[in-house]
Design a protein around this ligand. Structure first.
Ligand SMILES: C[S@@+](CC[C@H](N)C(=O)[O-])C[C@H]1O[C@@H](n2cnc3c(N)ncnc32)[C@H](O)[C@@H]1O
Length: 264
């Protein structure tokens, strides 16, 4: 199997965002109120015959609505479609060990597990308020709903200091998580750890909103090969083209096995 079947998706993966200070419901209420106020001003301006003011408030209303639609589409639909494509491009055999750094409610982890019928999908997270309702229990329930629970393992821990042996994974992925680490040194540590736990010939895929050029440079400095960075397109715009998602990819070097012929 090489493609995630999105029609079979049963879990609930919440909404991405920063909900540490203001909960998601409040953020949505504030934005909705501003949109409604701008729409009301536009109607008032039309009835009062104020052409310039109508255009200004009308444009602001449309811009706010498009931003909200783009954001909700990305977090609920686009992210899943894009990762389904990215995982399909990996051409997994199905028996690999995969690690997801900052797996959250399992959007990528469980899609990957679907492609690993005889493999293992491991997720690690601190379960912060970077996603609504983020918790290991919710992710476990999603794994059961998707029918992949038997090959999914969850760890509560920090991706800057992974509790795994060197060279224990064939693939390391991370989606929208590393930018949440506040310090540059912490983000570098996460990249170093990803490279450390990767087997020879293994692959790293990091999708993120910020710092992706730095992730790429770090992977190169660690000696990884086949490195690249690309824009993942409109499906993962967080409100508009000014807030895209980039994918950083790399492969760890194959260890070269030298076979010595023994003279007989
Ligand atoms: C926006 S969510 C994305 C979750 C998931 N990867 C997805 O795409 O749906 C970011 C996740 O990174 C996790 N996270 C942030 N800093 C972390 C760290 N230092 N170690 C492990 N997880 C972390 C958060 O708890 C959260 O679950």
């Amino acid at each position: 199997m090489s493609n995630v079947d999105l029609r079979r998706r049963r879990g609930d993966y919440g909404f991405d965002g920063d909900f540490r200070l203001i909960p998601a419901v409040w953020q949505a209420t504030i934005l909705g109120t501003i949109c409604a106020a701008m729409a009301a001003f536009t109607v008032l301006n039309i009835t009062a015959g104020r052409a310039v003011a109508t255009v200004i408030t009308g444009l602001i209303t449309v811009w706010l609505l498009l931003t909200a639609v783009s954001y909700v589409y990305t977090t609920r639909v686009g992210k899943f479609k894009v990762w389904a494509r990215v995982l399909a491009e990996l051409g997994l055999r199905g028996d690999e060990d995969l690690l997801d750094l900052g797996c959250g409610r399992g959007a990528v982890l469980l899609a990957a597990a679907e492609l690993l019928p005889t493999g293992r999908a491991v997720g690690i997270d601190l379960w912060r308020a970077d996603q609504t309702g983020n918790s290991p229990e919710v992710t476990r329930r999603n794994a059961e709903m998707e029918g992949v629970a038997e090959r999914v393992t969850l760890h509560s821990g920090d991706m800057t200091s992974l509790p795994f042996e060197d060279q224990s994974f064939d693939v390391v992925v991370s989606s929208l998580a590393i930018h949440n680490i506040p310090e540059a040194a912490g983000r570098e540590a996460a990249i170093d750890e990803a490279a450390r736990v990767l087997r020879p010939g293994g692959r790293i895929l990091i999708a993120d909103l910020r710092f992706t050029r730095k992730h790429l440079a770090r992977l190169r400095s660690l000696g990884l090969t086949q490195t690249g960075r690309r824009n993942l397109g409109w499906r993962v715009w967080w409100g508009g083209p000014w807030f895209p998602t980039h994918l950083v990819t790399a492969r760890s070097k194959q260890t070269v096995t030298v076979h010595h012929e023994t003279a007989s």
